[in-house]
Write a protein that binds this ligand. Structure first.
Ligand code: 3PG
Length: 208
């Protein structure tokens, strides 16, 4: 179930979480992040141009583009049609998991309690998102849950930045972290793609 999510999470220590307001930003943003060493890109379905942004970014060489904020079957269908090669969801429902199976979209599903982690594990998800990470107990929680449930590995997201990413990445059950800090709104608005490449390179260097 999680083979594709595992491969995506192993590409780099950080998966950028992207909120794209202007379609024109999509391609240069993807190029800047790939150039900095972050090939896996999560485009959140939170803005009107998100699906078109996925289409544009899917053309960028070296990028591996997924759709985030998947909540419904319709989101899954639209993400797949736009060319997303993986999906990310803040939590998980049976309807959403069924939709990902129906449309063959590999999913990184969100969980935040031991029971949620176990329910996803029952359905074969050994790679999960932990969201919102900092607000839900952070690295200390993930370290603890690794004792009884070591077979699940995580991509924590939410409140993570260069400041605290290493706390997570040092844990055995963490594959990578997700975060929006590598693509600040101001840099995108200013077309400052070099700044974004620098942020990506710093993030990439969290693990060598
Ligand atoms: C999100 O879905 O918004 C992500 O968790 C990103 O969180 P961040 O903005 O705190 O990095």
């Amino acid at each position: 179930q999680s083979a594709r999510a595992l491969a995506v999470c192993q590409l780099a220590p950080v998966v950028p979480v992207l909120v794209i307001d202007d379609l024109a930003h999509a391609a240069p943003l993807a190029q800047a992040l790939v150039k900095g060493g972050l090939p896996a890109l999560e485009v959140t379905l939170r803005t009107p141009c998100a699906l078109d942004a996925i289409r544009a970014m899917a053309e960028v060489a070296g990028g591996v583009v997924g759709a985030g904020t998947l909540l419904t079957r319709a989101d899954v269908k639209a993400a797949k049609e736009a060319g997303a090669t993986f999906g990310v969801s803040p939590g998980a429902t049976d309807a959403l998991l069924d939709a990902c199976a129906e449309f063959e979209l590999p999913l990184l599903p969100g969980a935040v309690t031991a029971s949620e982690v176990m329910r996803l594990l029952e359905r074969g998800y050994t790679v999960q998102k932990f969201f919102p990470a900092e607000q839900s107990g952070g690295a200390a929680f993930l370290k603890s849950i690794g004792s009884p449930i070591p077979q699940v590995r995580f991509c924590p997201t939410g409140g993570i930045s260069l400041r605290n990413a290493a706390d997570y990445l040092s844990l055995k059950n963490i594959l990578c972290v997700g975060g929006s800090w590598v693509a600040p709104k101001e840099a995108m608005a200013a077309g400052n793609w070099e700044a974004i490449t620098t942020l990506a390179a710093e993030a990439r260097a969290l693990r060598d």
